[in-house]
Design a protein around this ligand. Structure first.
Ligand SMILES: [Zn+2]
Length: 232
């Protein structure tokens, strides 16, 4: 198989709520959960792995590709052959038959959002567990978490390897579906409690802007997506 071309999807990620992409480190007692900071800029960023993992997971659960082997429950699909594996890579190196099509770049804050963060700083969301009987905060509350404040914007980019016999429009449609799901869901920590509500703005695929009604179109086409083949 021959690598024919690279396509590129770009967009701005706008936060509609605070965002917490954790470092995985457990803080000292009383300290908040920190967010990932770029070593280069010193500001929060969204690792490509976070975006990739989230989009893949949502597409897998939407199209029934979640691994159901009881020994390996919850792991990414490792069939190596479905459209999700074709785009995101197989979860098992032993079952990788083709090169991964999608390359997720890290997303960095726009300059305006860096300036904003200089002024208002990261917010701290208290982690509170409510006592079911009294309705008051219970003891042993969750850790408070730091969040990038709502309204902040990140520049996102996905590079796409296009091989001979790949249907580039099918790739664009799979990506649109992934973006649509991510807007309905949440990114990062505390997602079921309000964090990580995101929106994509100015989405472009190969220099062509998505139609204004791309969300409605994607919603309509969603049920047929399983039949949209990247490679015939
Ligand atoms: Zn698969």
């Amino acid at each position: 198989m021959k690598l024919k071309d690279y396509a590129r999807l770009s967009a701005t990620i706008r936060l509609k709520s605070g965002l917490h992409i954790g470092t995985g480190e457990k803080p000292e007692r009383g300290e908040p959960l920190n967010v990932m900071l770029s070593k280069r800029t010193g500001y929060p960023y969204i690792p490509g792995s976070s975006l990739k993992g989230k989009m893949r997971h949502l597409l897998e659960i939407a199209f029934g590709r979640v691994e159901t082997d009881p020994k390996d429950k919850g792991s990414p699909c490792w069939c190596g052959k479905c459209q999700v594996c074709l785009l995101f890579g197989s979860g098992s190196s032993g079952k990788t038959y083709e090169p991964t099509r999608l390359i997720f770049r890290d997303s960095f804050l726009t300059e305006a959002s860096e300036d904003l963060l200089e002024k208002i700083e990261l917010e701290e969301k208290p982690g509170v567990r409510i006592d079911r009987l009294t309705g008051k905060a219970a003891g042993g509350a969750l850790f408070p978490m730091k969040r990038v404040p709502e309204g902040s914007e990140f520049s996102m980019e996905i590079s796409v390897r296009v091989f001979e016999n790949d249907d580039i429009d099918a790739i664009r449609r799979w990506l649109a579906t992934g973006l649509f799901f991510m807007e309905q869901d949440a990114l990062g920590g505390g997602g079921t409690r309000g964090s990580g509500y995101i929106e994509f703005e100015g989405v472009q695929f190969n220099g062509v802007a998505f139609d204004a009604d791309w969300r409605e179109k994607t919603k309509k086409q969603k049920d047929g997506m399983a039949d949209v083949q990247v490679k015939k």
